[in-house]
Design a protein around this ligand. Structure first.
Ligand code: ZN
Length: 473
């Protein structure tokens, strides 16, 4: 493929891709016999974006779910669907989704239309299987067609299946997610290709799935989906202790921290497999605990090849910065949360916390590497929205949080251009010999940088293959 008249850092260039790689860049290149030629019309050609922290399956699942309530996390965004206040509204909401397969609702709360069971759901939808998850995440309610599809009457011995006086399943299932996921995998397989194509339309050519529950089986699933072309991007996975590679994801919860020696043992076992560690740290205490755990293993790996990571680093106080530097920890941040949750943060956090929330520029300036990411589905997936928020630190409703941590558009972009295993380090470039993971914007960078949220991706290539092209191409 020959890309004519692309803008590369202010210069008009022709770029040739051969196989998976960029093979030539020059002022002008002539097409080879039979070579596909694409006119870039002066748009900026960038390396493809890498989302350093997201949950791919959860995002795909949520995308095709019906939001049955007002989710606190996104309650303040402008495109919120209307809140159903009663049974009629809920029926109307469910009826808006046409088709005959499974319907999947999430985020239900009894304040919407009371406690649900299979018979109440039947009154809302009786011609297709429906399952609705309670906002707490602990309870799924199924209508009768769904109860039959899962053959619940044959599994009444399972503790989470609620039965009525007659021993008939009520359609209410408590804490049976693992069992249900397997059942639904057969009944209602998740189509991930829609999400992957949407990501391609944003210019995303790679992502890191940071789910702590990823196992060897998950890795096999991802490989298969990539091989089959369902997932177009390069997928990197971290996961649980059983994996032999990829970062070990450690979830820390301030209210329920594990004994330090247990954590140390997990880290040592991971190090034997030469795995890096990724700590989910939202609070100051969690971050201090992660640092203590890593320090307790400091005798290991003087020549380590991997980067340990702090996921989120939502609140980082100044006294922690030297410790992060000493351990060469990267911070994987999500400015998108400021966009979606800004007013909630302003309401719920102290001034001191707000001043140290999702830090960015001040981390850079302290010599700490910062990678950017969405944390989708919990934060907004669109990397251009995330980058613009990194620049403006502005919520959807206009509040600016922590203005001293605003970064330049170039720094924001760099957060998505670092290598998957070295977030925040060297920025990938459009250069001969590099892999042809590319995204073409409709305008030169000098015009795009004024408002990244309005950036338009014209096409996206992964390893030399065109995986997305806007209609105009
Ligand atoms: Zn996450």
């Amino acid at each position: 493929m020959l890309i004519k008249n692309a803008c590369l850092s202010g210069l008009k260039r022709d770029v040739r891709c051969t196989g998976e790689f960029i093979s030539e860049i020059a002022d002008s290149l002539e097409p080879l016999l039979g070579e596909r030629v694409t006119e870039a019309n002066g748009g900026e050609l960038l390396p493809g974006l890498h989302d350093h922290h997201m949950h791919f399956y959860a995002t795909a699942a949520l995308q095709r779910s019906i939001d049955c309530g007002l989710r606190p996390a996104v309650a303040l965004t402008s495109n919120q669907s209307p809140l159903p206040h009663d049974t009629a509204s809920l029926r109307h909401l469910l009826a808006e989704y046409s088709g005959d397969g499974w319907l999947r609702g999430v985020n239900y709360h009894e304040s919407i239309a009371g406690d649900l069971d299979r018979w109440q759901l039947d009154a809302l939808v009786s011609d297709r299987p429906v399952r609705i998850q309670h906002r707490s995440g602990k309870l799924w309610t199924l209508n009768s067609l769904a109860v039959e599809a899962l053959d619940l009457t044959a599994h009444t011995e399972l503790a989470g299946i609620e039965l009525d006086d007659r021993g008939i399943p009520t359609g209410r299932l408590f804490r049976l997610d693992a069992w249900l996921r397997e059942k639904w995998g057969q009944q209602d397989p998740l189509d991930v290709s829609v999400l992957s194509r949407q990501m391609a339309s944003f210019g995303i050519t790679g992502f890191t799935d940071t789910s702590a529950t990823n196992t060897a089986a998950t890795v096999r699933q991802f490989r298969q989906l990539c091989d089959e072309g369902e997932i177009l991007q390069h997928a990197y996975l971290m996961g649980d202790d059983s994996l032999d590679f990829g970062h070990l994801k450690i979830l820390l919860d301030e209210d329920n921290l594990p004994p330090l020696n247990e954590l140390e043992a997990r880290i040592r076992r991971a190090r034997e497999k030469e795995r890096g560690i990724a700590f989910h740290c939202v609070t100051h205490i969690e971050l201090l605990f992660a640092i203590a755990a890593l320090n307790s293993c400091a005798d290991l790996d003087p020549h380590k090849q991997y980067t340990d990571r702090v996921e989120h680093g939502s609140v980082i106080f100044d006294d922690v910065l030297p410790m992060l530097r000493a351990l060469n920890l990267s911070v994987i941040t999500q400015p998108g949360f400021l966009y979606e949750r800004g007013p909630q943060y302003q309401q719920n956090l102290t001034e001191h916390e707000l001043a140290h929330l999702y830090r960015h520029r001040t981390l850079h300036n302290s010599g700490i590497k910062v990678g950017l990411s969405s944390d989708a589905p919990y934060g907004p997936l669109n990397p251009w929205q995330v980058m613009q928020t990194a620049v403006s630190r502005q919520s959807a409703t206009g509040e600016v949080i922590g203005a001293r941590d605003c970064v330049s558009p170039e720094q924001a972009l760099a957060g998505y251009l670092s290598k998957p295993l070295a977030p925040g380090a060297t920025v990938r470039k459009v250069a001969v010999g590099e892999r042809a993971d590319l995204c073409l914007l409709s305008q030169p960078w000098q015009q795009v940088r004024g408002d990244l949220a309005r950036a338009l991706v014209v096409f996206t290539m992964v390893a030399g293959e065109l995986v997305y092209a806007a209609d105009s191409l």
